[in-house]
Ligand binder design. Structure first.
Ligand SMILES: [Zn+2]
Length: 219
């Protein structure tokens, strides 16, 4: 009976507050079929950023993908993570190899502001889709690195160097898939990989929803 009631309540809620697409605002889905179809995949082979063995990216960071990531991060629409992951899993040709998913951590102050870590939300749904373990604690951001949006390639690297650390008693697993929302220069992922390798990991790959191109940088 409880399950029935819960189901009915959910339907009633969906009727009063229908889902809006985070990419285009249309009613019906959190990331609609049209936005999925319009999202341009990254087809070129990407050179893994320094410190990473492999990198997989689903889409270009533009249009509806960009708006959906903004909705997740800045409008705090947490449920958008699941819709994006479902689209990503259907879209990505090959998942990176690794035994465990680790989200790029937020600094505790940023986490308190936002209420959740968008990368951890993405990793949580990916773990369900791929039946992989999720390790959301252990890797920490020990320094608030601020916003990187206005920094160039070099400055980003300097800004995040040493910002992460492994702080669990047991060493991290051997082969890891790091999860983040957007790849720009890969400086953040590289700094995470450095912390994991320093603690004993041997292979670190990364997966992100999208790839942004730094202004004036098309490499
Ligand atoms: Zn849409």
């Amino acid at each position: 009976m409880h399950a029935l009631l819960a189901g009915w309540f959910e339907q009633a809620l969906a009727f009063v507050f229908p889902d809006r697409c985070a990419g285009c605002g249309s009613i019906g889905a959190l990331f609609c079929a049209a936005c999925r179809a319009a999202a341009r995949p990254v087809v070129e082979e990407l050179t893994p950023p320094p410190g990473l063995d492999a990198v997989a990216v689903a889409w270009r960071y533009e249009g509806s993908v960009r708006r959906a990531v903004h909705a997740l991060k800045y409008q705090r629409r947490r449920r958008v993570a699941r819709a994006l992951v479902e689209a990503l899993v259907a879209n990505i040709s090959e998942r990176p190899c690794g035994d465990v998913l680790i989200p790029v951590p937020l600094h505790p102050e940023r986490l308190a502001q936002r209420g959740f870590n968008q990368s951890a939300e993405l990793a949580r749904h990916l773990a369900q889709c791929w039946s992989l373990p999720l390790l959301a604690e252990g890797l920490i951001r020990q320094r608030d690195t601020g916003h990187q949006a206005r920094l160039g390639r070099r400055e980003r690297q300097t800004n995040v160097a040493g910002a992460f650390a492994w702080c669990a008693l047991a060493p991290p697993p051997d082969r890891i898939i790091l999860v983040d929302d957007v790849l720009t220069t890969g400086a953040t992922l590289g700094a995470c990989a450095a912390a994991l390798r320093a603690a004993g990991s041997r292979r670190v790959a990364a997966l992100t929803l999208a790839r942004a191109v730094l202004a004036g940088d098309h490499s």
